[in-house]
Design a protein around this ligand. Structure first.
Ligand code: FES
Length: 343
């Protein structure tokens, strides 16, 4: 059964099945509503139910508290309609953003490459083109289970049929240990949907960009950098990529080559947290020594006049946000993505 969902304040109407999350119906219709985890845990997709009945699905009690439910709030990634509805979401779309409707795709795994300790790059050739903005992600179906796992696209958006995902291994993880680091092989067929997310490169912003990535949080930022540097001109980009040791760092040769090819536009600072500043040359390491935020703090007196893009594990994201704000960057100039590496 279908119900009609009116989405305010944009005044658009979508058809939504009784077993379909409202968020999914909106994104497939090309209506942008905020979302992040798509699993009912982060609260980003919270909206107001103005009229009608919903099934709240698996909304976590933390993301949607009882009193909020009583006040008529819903999590759009979980709620499905039980009648025609009117919802009010926070649907402002930033200028200069090109966001594409979510669709289902199928493809074939073409390559698995071990690029660092417990990090594997997966390449998937799609049967059809996927249009996305650099920084967005896809949800990959885990075979033999109802589960999906989200992975940022590291390929630039001009590369619409060959996806690159960076997967970190989590011991015992259903998708990483149990599949990507297990039986997954070249030639395997996969299905996925996307694109999701709004942690995207802002082409309308002329300011130089400070990009801070932790671990596989590099993936969306790699897409942004590969995309931006392919254009004949653009803002200056600084990439700070943090890892624990040299064995945990990847894409080093590629970014060094990009920095050498674009000396005025791109500066690359790989940082190793287990390298002490007192011993920066230890083991022949010539990059940053210490936490990514400490290296950044030493490089910049002030960050005002820049924009920030931050993606990585939540503690790193928090530390980077605090630092950038202390260095005079306003929250509205910082784009962030918390990278919960789901097992
Ligand atoms: Fe995270 Fe809905 S709760 S997107």
């Amino acid at each position: 059964a279908y119900h009609r969902v009116s989405v305010e304040p944009v005044g658009r109407e979508v058809r939504c099945r009784e077993d379909q999350p409202i968020l999914d119906a909106c994104l497939r219709a090309g209506i942008w509503v905020p979302h992040s985890c798509t699993h009912g845990t982060c609260g980003t997709c919270k909206a107001e139910l103005i009229d009608g009945e919903v099934d709240h699905g698996n909304a976590s009690a933390f993301a949607l508290m009882d009193f909020e439910r009583d006040e008529g709030k819903v999590l759009l990634c979980q709620a499905s309609p039980r009648s025609d509805l009117v919802v009010e979401a926070d649907v402002d779309v930033d200028e200069g953003l090109e966001l594409h409707p979510v669709r289902d795709f199928t493809g074939t795994v073409t390559e698995l490459a071990d690029v660092a300790r417990d990090i594997r790059v997966v390449r998937i050739a799609l049967d059809e083109e996927l249009r996305f903005a650099p920084g967005q992600y896809v949800a990959l179906r885990v075979p033999g289970t109802p589960a999906t796992r989200t992975y940022s696209l590291a390929n630039p958006p001009t590369q619409r049929r060959l996806l690159e995902l960076h997967v970190r291994r989590t011991p015992g993880g259903l998708a990483s240990d149990g599949w990507v680091f297990g039986p997954m092989a070249a030639g395997e067929r996969v299905s996925l949907s996307g694109p999701y997310g709004r942690f995207v490169f802002r082409p309308a912003r002329p300011e130089p960009a400070i990009m801070v990535a932790g671990g596989t949080g590099l993936a969306p930022i790699a897409s942004m950098i590969r995309h931006a540097l392919a254009a004949p001109s653009g803002p200056r980009l600084y990439l700070y990529h943090g890892a624990r040791t040299r064995a945990d760092l990847y894409c080093v040769d590629e970014f060094r080559a990009l920095a050498a090819a674009h000396p005025d536009r791109f500066r690359y600072r790989p940082c190793l947290s287990e390298q002490t500043p007192e011993d920066p040359a230890g083991g022949g390491w010539d990059g940053g020594a210490g936490l990514v935020t400490d290296v950044l703090a030493a490089d910049f007196d002030r960050c005002s006049g820049h924009v920030g893009y931050v993606c990585g594990p939540p503690p790193m994201v928090d530390a980077a946000l605090k630092l950038l704000m202390r260095k005079r960057l306003f929250p509205r100039d910082i784009y962030r993505e918390d990278f919960f590496s789901e097992a």
